[in-house]
Write a protein that binds this ligand. Sequence first.
Ligand code: G1P
Length: 296
Amino acid sequence: MIRKAVLPVAGFGTRCLPASKAIPKEMITIVDRPVIQYVVEEAIAAGIREIVLVTSSNKNAIENHFDTHAELEASLEAKGKHELLAMIRGLVPDNVSIISIRQGVPLGLGHAVLCARPIIGDDEPFAVLLPDVLVDNSANQATDLAGMLAAYDQQQTAQLMVEEVDWEQVEKYGIVAPSGEAPAANESADLIRMVEKPKREAAPSNLAVIGRYALPNHIFSILAATPPGAGGEIQLTDALETLREQSGVQAYRMQGTTYDCGQPLGYLEATLAYARRHPEFGEGFQALLSRYHQGE
Ligand code: G1P
């Protein structure tokens, strides 16, 4: 079972400025918690027990969010606010550890993943979750991440989570070419090619890599030997192409809904989707929505 996950959180988040000037984009709030908390919850729900945050100098707020806040806890305790205290203490369950390591220079996603090598070690496979993307499985029986990790276990082959996107959107994503038919939901298919952000005419399909990966440990050696690619950066997609040639890579077709919280319209949509069904604020939020709707 894959128990370790890498979350690369070192990027500047220029698409979220000015919100992301003094706080990391991963700390932007969706309803009542920061984006990164949803991603950590997703990982834990799928059985991940060790989370490696690959950070940079201006990302302390993320580390603080998952650390103990002794003063706050003492104050809540003194005031008898036990529910809040339990909630704050429960953000990271006792059997989960969150460890961070710095990516000192912005040399790309592949480089960020490689930075986690000293913590992940040289034996185990691991997952990568890009924290811009929220995966909403509220309408499904099981989570897509759990399904993909189980597929890795069964197939012992790298898995990339994919979803169908509009053809106009293919140039924003890594796009995969399955060897035969596109896989059905919750199923995997072998890949014959991957292309990073192709023009629509050059895209082999409209199946996009959404930022959830299950990878063999060997990807580290490949990344270490991968030369800089597009933008002078070490690209994870280039290393995955080498891995595919060596031992195969599969696309795992997800079932849920994604929200790209690396840009304002994406996190606004996530806010709408999550707030409407929130146990505490949902009803009030729906009332607000209809009031604004009537005011159009
Ligand atoms: C990265 C990956 C790309 C993937 C995307 C998903 O790109 O390189 O293959 O489709 O994440 O969000 P980025 O969005 O970091 O440019």
